[in-house]
Ligand binder design. Sequence first.
Ligand code: ADP
Length: 395
Amino acid sequence: MAEVELSGVTKTYPGDIRAVDNISLTILDREFIVLVGPSGCGKSTTLRMIAGLEDITAGTIRIGDRVVNGVAPKDRDIAMVFQNYALYPHMTVYKNMAFGLLLRCRYGAFNNPLAFVLSHGRWKKARAERREIDRRVHEAAGILGIEDLLHRRPKALSGGQRQRVAVGRAIVRQPKAFLFDEPLSNLDAKLRIGMRAELKRLHRQVQTTTVYVTHDQEEAMTLGDRVVVMKDGNIHQTGTPYDVYERPANRFVAGFVGTPPMNFFEGRLVRDGDVLLFDEGDHRLAVSPVHHERLAAFVGQPITLGVRPEALSPGGVGVAPANAALNVQVSVVEPLGDRADIYCGTHRHPHIVSRVDGRIRVAEGQPAQLYVDLERAHFFEPGENGRNISSPAAP
Ligand code: ADP
């Protein structure tokens, strides 16, 4: 177990493709950290640089107390689990799990067959090593519930079982850190949710520092002690799942985290006596007093209002206060059992989604009024990466 630290790490591929741009990040000992972001944001490159599978163009990477920039992958004491599992098809599950350790044996026949045959002392030490490997394989198999599968070959396993074997192979190594590269993306949706819970339980048990890459924000939120949200080779926010959801650093993070995504309204901040209003063009919404102090400096300026789908709810016409309601046209209602998503729009903002209790009835193709919970609203500076003004991220 160890801390992993990236300082000013940059990766430039030929053709001046800057895949990772001067990122710094400290992954604490025993922490489970998830790198998440849209495809091409540089998360796999970051993971591969930690693993030593990509050279670093600039910066340093430290694992434990050792800078590993020039250290070969096999000497970094990390274990990586890949998306395609990379199991050896001709070996049993047992062999797949034990193989990496057998290769590393100091006294076994693998390293020096002649000395092994000739020296009795060496043979005894090799036996002790084999016993230790056997113990570790059975222990890992026990943790993962795959003891019954140890004699099977990968082709006789389901996707979920193969995934467990790949994880088991990483566990037996007892590395300083686990690196996971989209390990669940080949599994069907139900199995993915099951394996997600299993990985979390596993981490509680073995407590190895873990860096996990996914493009799936829901996976990131459920697994990570902290989540690192990346875009265009940069880190936009590092925080707990609660932080990135409730206090997104900017509009990009706010829109990336959460399903359905946050609704954004372009408008202007105006003052009417003591009241601050967000002017959407056709609607004026009263800014909650909780936001007055931070927003006062933006009066008269363009600003973006962000409202999560669950902070928008239908009220009967005339029920919601006029300065907290949007008059929308409902296009589609998607029932999801316990909840429903209402797709609707205003004249200026045609793509709005509201998530409501599944028992609420809203007619498609009809006008409706949506009440905006303005205490839960976010305000951003204009632009796709506009900074969150109303609830800045924790330092
Ligand atoms: P992610 O894992 O977030 O989808 P990657 O780290 O794989 O993103 O890639 C980041 C950027 O670097 C992308 O623009 C990608 O096209 C580019 N890239 C990745 N690998 C190479 C490579 N071997 N050669 C050139 N460009 C690459």
